[in-house]
Design a protein around this ligand. Structure first.
Ligand SMILES: [Zn+2]
Length: 272
């Protein structure tokens, strides 16, 4: 019994020390000078960065330093990872962390990048029958461990910040959704009361998009969001950052829910 108590005390002390050390390390990384070359990548590759007010630019640079120190990048399909790729992905992933208390995608350890769209095996079940087919993918987020991306789509998605398509914002929105262990389009919210209005607004907006998609009518949200609530959230996040003024005007309640969660107002950045 005594050995057990000593062991437990040692584990608790180590955990407390590790958490303290990680907070300290992250603070130091955020405070360290941001490499000028990386800022050049941001100015050239990530127009969303240029839109940010100065204080959010500095916050983003701090987040990028932490992200790049903690996450491992791996090239696939013969791709060699460069600093430009790492900074371009990190910047967009970290836009979703601005203004919030963040633990930097705790379930994510690595980002795998292919040169372009890649083929992945897709497995579904119909009753007891397993169906396997090959799908072309631009990116995917796994519940634990990894995000997979196509570099040519990361590049084009980052460069056009008005089309509502951004594979990095999309896949990292999925990671936020997964943080409570479920892929249901509901990331962990701040207050219990927030879940009530989130559920009401999101359910109505999802249903509306399903109707639009079924009748092939135009919408500020990509019809892919009608697939399921998890895809709806990821697609809505893309529109929130890339078509903020349009989303705020056309779907104000949806915009308001996303603004309450992300604690930023991208429509304001777009106007400025
Ligand atoms: Zn998705």
């Amino acid at each position: 019994m005594q050995t057990f108590i000593i062991l437990l005390a040692a584990i608790i002390s180590f955990t407390i020390f590790f958490q303290w050390w990680r907070r300290y390390d992250r603070r130091m990384l955020r405070a360290s000078a941001f490499p000028e070359k990386w800022r050049e990548f941001l100015n050239n590759q990530v127009p969303l960065y240029a839109r940010l007010p100065d204080e959010l630019k500095r916050e983003l640079e701090g987040h990028i330093q932490v992200f790049l120190s903690e996450k491992y990048f791996e090239g696939a399909g013969g791709l060699e990872i460069t600093d430009e790729m790492r900074v371009t992905v990190a910047a967009q992933a970290c836009v979703l962390l601005l203004g919030r208390n963040t633990n930097y995608y705790p379930q994510l350890s690595s980002i795998i990048i292919y040169p372009a769209a890649y083929i992945a095996e897709h497995i579904t079940h119909e009753g007891l029958v397993e169906i396997r087919d090959n799908q072309v993918r631009l990116g995917e987020a796994w519940h634990r461990g990894s995000v997979v991306l196509s570099w040519s789509d990361v590049h084009s998605g980052a460069n056009d910040i008005k089309d509502g398509h951004n594979v990095v914002l999309h896949e990292f929105a999925h990671l936020l959704d997964f943080e409570d262990g479920r892929a249901d389009g509901v990331p962990p919210l701040d207050h219990r009361s927030s879940y009530v209005s989130w559920a009401r607004v999101m359910a109505a907006e999802f249903e509306r998009l399903q109707l639009k998609a079924a009748s092939d009518k135009k919408s500020v949200l990509d019809h892919y969001g009608a697939t399921n609530p998890a895809e709806f959230f990821a697609v809505a996040v893309e529109a929130f950052y890339e078509k903020p003024e349009q989303l705020k005007r056309k779907r104000p309640e949806l915009y308001e829910e996303l603004q309450a969660f992300f604690k930023v107002d991208p429509a304001e950045w777009a106007r400025a």
